[in-house]
Design a protein around this ligand. Structure first.
Ligand SMILES: [Zn+2]
Length: 312
């Protein structure tokens, strides 16, 4: 059963918004394109594993992207709670040849074109998450075995490993791995563990990305992008937004622009900033839109600051 379903990484959503609003000639544009591809590949692999696990038995609980408060940072790609133990999966959707080096521990990836990139060995993160989870469960007086595995979703990778360590599995190995875990003698309620996890789950985002990546806000394209032709040519006409380029109309076109603002520039916005963003002059219209979409934070009527809603 899925307790916390798959959702794209906040980096994926933020970088999509960033690339849509950053000029392609910006010096960091290619770097962000690469980063988005990496994030999307990660999401794709995690979504694939979630779908595969969903088709298995129903006697376990499935969570995507679990961040928990603990002595160590716990940021788990996929968490499975079964009557026999908790399984933490670290998903690596990497193509090419992968060498998992032992001393020092590193993941060295070589692509088909011979490009070599060195990453953190996934075992280092996984060990930390296991320790963090142990600590979290201890705090809630729960005793249950904790397992961890590194999972490669697809057969587009050739893996070599130096020495021994935590299990490395292909996605197709997962069903057998889960079903052959040693029987747990502790009588721990899965529902209790699930409710403790859900109650303590944290969200963590890199927003606003302009601050995260140190990008000048003036490099960000303002305006509302037409969802049909992708031009920034939406203008307000009567009670709707109208695209001067392709004639598309949409009543809710400003919503994505405000989400973009939240992900790229900040979680608060003034009437003036809203008018710049939506390319409108009417202060009353901006006020109506902000009152409908935001919580009011403070400031005098003239300089009111609105707080944009958090993204799920
Ligand atoms: Zn259009």
């Amino acid at each position: 059963m899925i307790v916390k379903p798959f959702s794209p990484s906040p980096f994926t959503l933020g970088l999509e918004a960033l690339l849509a609003r950053l000029h392609p000639a910006h010096p960091q544009f290619p770097k962000f394109e690469q980063e988005l591809k990496r994030q999307q590949a990660g999401d794709f692999g995690e979504q694939y594993i979630m779908n595969e696990l969903q088709t298995l038995s129903t006697d376990f609980q499935l969570f995507h992207n679990v961040i928990l408060p603990s002595v160590f940072a716990v940021q788990i790609d996929i968490l499975i709670v079964t009557p026999n133990g908790i399984i933490i999966l670290e998903i690596k959707n990497i193509k090419g040849t992968v060498l998992l080096k032992n001393n020092p521990r590193q993941l060295v990836r070589t692509t088909e074109t011979g490009e070599v990139t060195v990453f953190t060995h996934p075992e280092i993160q996984l060990e930390q998450y296991i320790q963090g989870m142990k600590h979290f469960l201890q705090q809630h007086n729960i005793t249950i075995p904790i397992y961890g595995a590194i999972v490669f979703p697809f057969n587009n990778v050739q893996i070599q490993r130096e020495g021994e360590g935590l299990p490395i599995l292909m996605a197709k190995d997962l069903p057998m791995y889960i079903h052959t875990l040693p029987l747990c003698t502790e009588s721990t309620s899965i529902q209790n563990i699930t409710s403790k996890i859900m109650k303590n789950i944290k969200t963590k985002t890199p927003y606003p990305l302009c601050r995260y990546y140190n990008i000048d806000i003036n490099s960000i394209q303002m305006g509302i992008r037409c969802e049909k032709c992708l031009h920034y040519s939406m203008t307000r006409q009567k009670r709707t937004w109208h695209c001067a380029n392709c004639q598309h109309t949409c009543v809710r076109a400003h919503i994505q622009a405000l989400r973009d603002y939240y992900m790229l520039i900040g979680n608060t916005i003034t009437n003036k900033q809203c008018r710049q963003l939506l390319n409108i002059e009417n202060t009353h219209l901006a006020k109506r839109i902000l009152q409908a979409s935001c919580k009011v934070r403070g400031g005098s009527t003239k300089n009111r600051i609105y707080t944009l809603p958090e993204l799920p």
